[in-house]
Design a binder for this molecule. Structure first.
Ligand SMILES: [Zn+2]
Ligand SMILES: [Zn+2]
Length: 234
């Protein structure tokens, strides 16, 4: 009884609000309207760049047909628009690390819908933050997602395979060509990966330069297939 009173008082003083539109809600993180707006990426898509494909029987778009990528497949769960914009902003920059549970559940939902088979993978890791950035933020958002995917799929998680060795100006402020150059060579893998297939997790797929640089570093240390999984795609 007393606990119920406390709950009522707490709700009056600190009502739970939708993290996107700030409407009062009774449970969860989003109001129903905002939750419905979450857009999962429709299939089929190019395995390398995620351009939508017209037919199911091919896996690469015309642009990527003659290209090679350091990863074998790219999967993104959601479109980077509201409410994902608000959720990811809070998750990355405002210490809402507890959103990892909800956000990883969106990835798991998408993976199950596209029939993703996790069995061949021996390791899950994430795009690392530079240690100075990690110190300021206190957590690596992609690492939190990886950890939960690892628990769900029962695949071992290791967060220190890839090292981020360089401080660079914030990626988003640079034009595309410079961004690609800028990422080159700053990710280092020290251990031999013995042909293990690896899932590499990142929060947002933008140009692909970061995940490509990480996948390249993994391949240089004998990783088997690398599949990139991101929460959202711009
Ligand atoms: Zn809302
Ligand atoms: Zn493509």
């Amino acid at each position: 009884m007393f606990a119920n009173y406390l709950k009522v008082i707490k709700n009056l003083l600190f009502p739970r609000l939708c993290l996107c539109c700030e409407k009062k809600i009774s449970e969860g993180h989003l109001c129903q309207k905002c939750e419905k707006k979450i857009t999962f990426l429709a299939q089929p898509r190019c395995s390398y760049c995620l351009r939508p494909l017209n037919i199911d029987s091919i896996s690469l778009c015309q642009e990527c047909y003659n290209k090679t990528y350091p990863y074998q497949r790219l999967i993104s769960a959601t479109a980077y628009k509201e409410p994902m914009l608000s959720l990811i902003h809070l998750f990355k920059y405002k210490n809402y690390d507890y959103l990892a549970g909800f956000l990883s559940s969106l990835i798991i939902k998408h993976l199950s819908e596209i029939g993703f088979n996790p069995n061949k993978y021996k390791l899950i890791t994430s795009v690392p933050l530079h240690k100075d950035k990690l110190k300021i933020r206190g957590y690596n958002q992609s690492g939190l997602l990886s950890k939960l995917l690892s628990n769900h799929f029962k695949i071992p998680f290791k967060d220190d395979i890839i090292e981020n060795t360089n401080i660079r100006p914030s990626q988003t402020k640079l034009p595309r060509e410079k961004r690609e150059k800028n990422t080159e060579g700053i990710f280092v893998v020290k251990e031999n990966l013995e042909n293990k297939s690896i899932i590499l997790v990142d929060d947002i797929f933008t140009t692909g330069s970061t995940v490509s640089a990480c996948a390249k570093a993994l391949k240089e240390k004998c990783a088997g297939n690398v599949t990139v999984i991101t929460l959202s795609k711009t």
